[in-house]
Design a protein around this ligand. Structure first.
Ligand code: FES
Ligand SMILES: [Fe+2]
Length: 352
């Protein structure tokens, strides 16, 4: 059961090279995406209406796409505009067209029947934003997307799953609960990590001790926009637990998006970096390498978790106070499913 009326990330914009047809699957729907002459993107159902051959195996002819089984040709809006050897083109000769927009570094596709609202796309950074230095990648998971969302909504795991990488010397991730605010389609999660001991180049940049302000927005289906700001130790107390209104010594950026492919497949897009004035290219390479190692740690745990869930889907998990974020988010997903017209699918259960 999928939420359809939502924007989903199909990929990083540079993945969609002009002149080629790119096959992607989002919520079990096969898509064929390609660039049009005006610099935009078309997204059509990857299934010819004639005999269901994949359109991604077809050929681009200008802005049109020809199915290379029997030659039906489609405009970027999905209308069939040519049937070889036949003059009359019935109105029913069309494939579904999906609204597409490019925002930040990502290509977003609206999978719903209701009118697409471009203002509902979360405000991510572009990879080539001159004020930041970012590197990007993606990972394919053999797991339901909500297990990845659970992971991102509960960063207590940094202290354990990433004890040698992202959570190095930071037991506070697990020991202290963050503040959570409700957003229209997600949650805002904020916390201070106080009296942190930076290492490596960060030690040179921010000093021996630092207070770290961590804030992220997490929006359906799994868009994670995080800012981590390093301040001199003592700042958390001085600012009364709020975000300071002065620039930090170091400003790290993490932007990620989880896209459901099918019930047991998801694609995880990520970018990591910092303010351009904070980081040189070689430092960014190292920061990104540690980040990718950490994502491998998550993937191993989550895929292992998925296998165990599927072994005995009826087994109940043990709720703890760590699960507040995932629990609230799953409730929101149920609400979105209901507003889409679907009966609640029990996404709060262990077996999504
Ligand atoms: S299946 Fe596409 S033209 Fe026949
Ligand atoms: Fe993680």
């Amino acid at each position: 059961m999928w939420v359809r009326n939502a924007w989903y990330v199909a990929g990083w914009l540079p993945e969609f090279a002009p002149g080629a047809i790119h096959a992607r699957t989002i919520i079990d729907q096969p898509l064929a995406l390609y660039r049009t002459a005006d610099g935009g993107l078309a997204a059509l159902e990857d299934r010819c209406c004639h005999r269901f051959a994949p359109l991604s195996m077809g050929r681009l002819e200008g802005d049109d796409l020809r199915c290379m089984y029997h030659g039906l040709k489609f405009a970027p809006d999905g209308r069939c505009i040519e049937i070889p050897g036949q003059v009359l083109i019935p109105q029913s000769a069309c494939v579904r067209r999906y609204p597409v927009t490019v925002r930040g570094g990502w290509v977003w596709v609206w999978m719903g029947e209701a009118a697409a609202d471009p203002t509902a796309v979360p405000p991510s950074l572009a990879l080539d934003d001159p004020d930041y230095r970012l590197k990007a990648g993606h990972l394919d998971y053999a797991a339901h997307y909500l297990l990845i969302d659970d992971n991102l909504l509960d960063l207590s795991h940094l202290s354990f799953a990433h004890e040698k990488t992202l959570g190095l010397d930071m037991p506070q991730w697990a020991d202290e609960r963050p503040r959570m605010l409700t957003l229209e389609r997600g949650l805002r999660v904020q916390r201070w990590i106080t009296d942190h001991t930076p290492r490596g180049f960060l030690k040179k940049q921010v000093g021996e001790r630092a207070d770290v302000w961590n804030s992220y927005d997490f929006v359906f289906p799994g868009v994670f926009l995080q800012r981590t700001s390093f301040y001199p130790a003592g700042t958390a107390r001085q600012s009364g637990g709020q975000e300071p209104d002065r620039p930090p010594l170091f400003h790290r950026i993490d932007e990620q998006a989880v896209t459901p492919v099918s019930a047991r497949a998801s694609r995880y897009f990520y970018a990591a970096g910092a303010r351009a004035s904070d980081i040189e290219a070689d430092r960014l390479d190292r920061l990104f390498a540690v980040t990718e190692t950490a994502f491998g740690e998550d993937k191993a745990l989550i895929e292992g978790q998925q296998k165990l869930i599927d072994l005995e889907p009826e087994r109940r998990m043990l709720p703890t106070s760590l699960d507040a974020g995932p629990t609230r988010f799953r409730r929101l997903v149920e609400d979105l499913l209901v507003s889409d017209g679907a009966p609640p699918a029990g996404v709060r259960s262990a077996s999504p």
